[in-house]
Design a protein around this ligand. Sequence first.
Ligand SMILES: [Zn+2]
Ligand SMILES: [Zn+2]
Length: 425
Amino acid sequence: MVNNIDLLLKTGCAFFLSFLIAFLSFNLFGHGTGGSVSQDEIDKRAINFPDTQQYLTLVTDLHTHSVFSDGHVWPNIRVLEALRDGIDALAITEHLEHQPHRTDILNPDRNKAYEEAKAAAGRKDILIVNGSEITRDMPPGHINAIFIKDANKLFNIDPPKNDKTQEILNERIREMKWGNDLEKEYYSLANIWPAEEAIETANRQGAFLFWNHPMWTSQSQDGVARLTPMHKDLIAKGYLHGIEVVNGNSYSEEAFQIAIENNLAIIGTSDVHNLIDWDYKPHLGGHRPVTLIFARYKNITSIKQALLERRTVIWFKNKLFGLKENLDPLLNASLSIESASYLPGTKIVGLTISNISDAKFLLKNASGYTFANSDDLVEVPAQGTKYLQVKTLEKINLLTLNFGVLNALIAPGKHANISLKIRIY
Ligand SMILES: [Zn+2]
Ligand SMILES: [Zn+2]
């Protein structure tokens, strides 16, 4: 009997002890997991745009960094930020050839950031896209390859085999204007493998490739994006599919024009290295730049298909940039007239314009009517309404209001238009 109690106690203790160990292990070794994000946090700052009639509107950030290249956070933090921002698809795209942390974080496997992010995401409602940043001087500059299968095949560290290649390498190291000695050596060595080969390999893996920050002053002194013969050649071969018109804090009219003329997808990304909260201050009403992708379903295949068919709009500092064919359906899904009726004893219609998107719209009156309570510039708040009084002169049954949407561009300097209709009762 005593023995049995003793045994019971021992078993109980063992059970408790294993539970304790499991609990502690989870806490000690769980730093790569996604942690938790409350619904309240998501509600406060999640980026919200309505689906269009034809497609789901997915919010994506396809260019970010973690400690596995020159970013300053572990990949799970990127995932947690993305969950708070309501991001549907996130890519952590590490520089393959720029590895400033490698003395502290050995990084022989370039798929690691993706795998960490994927583990952190777990079953949460976010898609993690496998991608890398092919990092070269101009040309071609930096190119993101996403939907890749194996990042390790996209770079090649091949020490010089003869004096001639050693001399080329030494020359490159001498010419390099940034980085410490170790980084100069590493980056220069990694840059010997031709960019075209990395780009071709990514294409063979079925990747979607876009030119990053073509307006970056380190690679284009005057800040103007220009296609080089190498870019033109890559486009002609079908190897380059998109271009960043927005990167972080930068917008490029020239890149927008290049996208239009060369049938490249219009992409906007955060390229975040620090914290989204520091760089974009969502708690103060800011937002990271995102690419809205119009996809049939919320899955990787549909997103890739949509990108290849260039169904994107950028949201950047409360501006929207996209082709007319993509922007118009988004505007029509976002804005509508809720109700309209004549003010008693007048020929003035009182109506409410509703906006179910996160963009605050600046509308310029382009109708034949003038307004009784506003000039011709009408601001419709994000996720809000605007009350307007329209002088129709005659009593009519069907009212059409035409506006220029000043914060939505379908080409450089060319804003979108919208027509809102309402029956008056
Ligand atoms: Zn870059
Ligand atoms: Zn980058």
